[in-house]
Ligand binder design. Structure first.
Ligand SMILES: Nc1ncnc2c1ncn2[C@@H]1O[C@H](COP(=O)(O)OP(=O)(O)O)[C@@H](O)[C@H]1O
Ligand SMILES: [Mg+2]
Length: 340
């Protein structure tokens, strides 16, 4: 951790690595204001892996873009909240300081590795450029560091492949290159937004394991964003479940899988394919998430929820502690967690 950071001299080592508080992001659309993120709260500590899980459209990517400072405003507008990086609110920094935070502290891996890499330069050149531009290294030094990184992400025959172009790499190998690029400048926090969604199941597991290994080795903070609870079960320390722009449950991974406290989490768990129950029909979550320009009063999940009572259609449940290290935003979380 670079506490002598000249970019962020006010970093507080005793504050959490990342503390997102009541983050709210809106989009101005033809149909009105779409509330994409509605008061998201979560923390990630150094050496910890947080998975943020939710259906498509639940606000995961918008949240990560807000943290990274890469939301286009407009159409987006940050309507409230804080993104505290060791106590410093990244939302309040100037454009230039945001850019330098991205270069030195917080890095991101996207779903689509092919479009994130430049097709006309070799993989080695693109990696070396990072070291030359941001670290002022010589060509030879930069090449040596680039090779080390390709080895780190386990690209076979890296010494040859470093001279190849992105299109010569398979999807999985390309995603490894993206991870290498994200790690190049030794970030304190890595955000991976659906890093394996475009890949087949075996490669997905390999990439997840690689991310977890590097996270542990470097004691980084890692945020894994996915719509698929199944792929993060083995690698996350804790999970935040997102629904309609809010975190509706957060818990250590085993607790969440063992005794979910929110009906939405319960439904998500029932929709994961399992190896030991082959052939058994998976449940789909009935109904649709609310339209974000017109979120109904009360709990956004109420219309799809078997537990819902009148109170759920009028009062928004807050994210409250339900057990040690666990929180849920449900009026009936006690019943849900006890399996009633
Ligand atoms: N450029 C945009 N313009 C308008 N609405 C947007 C835009 N980007 C995202 N949104 C809204 O934000 C919601 C959340 O998007 P996103 O964070 O990408 O979801 P996901 O959880 O699938 O990553 C979307 O359902 C959409 O309504
Ligand atoms: Mg997304």
């Amino acid at each position: 951790m670079k506490f002598q950071s000249e970019i962020l001299p006010e970093l507080d080592p005793s504050a959490p690595l990342l503390d997102v508080r009541d983050l709210q992001v809106e989009f101005r659309t033809r149909d009105g204001i779409a509330k994409a993120v509605n008061g998201a709260n979560f923390t990630v500590n150094r050496g910890e892996t947080l998975a943020i899980v939710g259906e498509s459209g639940s606000g995961k990517s918008v949240t990560s873009q807000a943290i990274m400072g890469i939301l286009e405003t407009p159409p987006a507008k940050i309507a409230g909240g804080e993104v505290l990086f060791h106590g410093v609110d990244l939302l309040t920094l100037s454009k230039e300081r945001k850019r330098r935070v991205r270069a030195n502290h917080v890095a991101m891996v996207f779903q689509d590795a092919l479009s994130a890499l430049n097709p006309v330069y070799t993989v080695g050149f693109q990696l070396a450029e990072l070291f030359r531009k941001h670290r002022g290294m010589s060509k030879a030094e930069a090449k040596k560091k680039s090779l080390e990184l390709l080895d780190l992400v386990k690209i076979p025959a890296a010494a040859q492949r470093i001279n190849e172009y992105p299109h010569q790499f398979s999807g999985g190998m390309r995603q490894r290159v993206m991870i290498a690029m994200a790690l190049a400048l030794d970030p304190d926090l890595l955000i991976a937004d659906e890093p394996t969604t475009a890949l087949d199941v075996t490669v997905q597991a390999q990439i997840m394991r690689l991310l977890a290994e590097i996270q542990a080795e470097r004691q980084m903070g890692l945020i894994l964003i996915t719509h698929d609870l199944g792929v993060v079960a083995d690698v996350a320390d804790k999970i935040s479940v997102m629904y309609a722009g809010r975190i509706v449950e957060q818990a250590p991974v085993l607790d969440l899988f063992g005794k979910p406290a929110h009906p939405y989490t319960k439904a998500l768990l029932r929709s994961i394919p399992r190896l030991d129950t082959k052939g058994q029909k998976l449940e789909v979550i009935e109904g649709l998430p609310p339209v974000l320009t017109n979120i109904p009063p009360g709990c956004a999940f109420a219309a799809r929820c078997h537990y819902a009572q009148d109170v759920c259609r009028t009062d928004i449940p807050l994210l409250e502690t339900v057990a040690a290290d666990r929180a849920a935003a449900c009026h009936f979380s006690a019943e849900v967690i006890n399996g009633e």
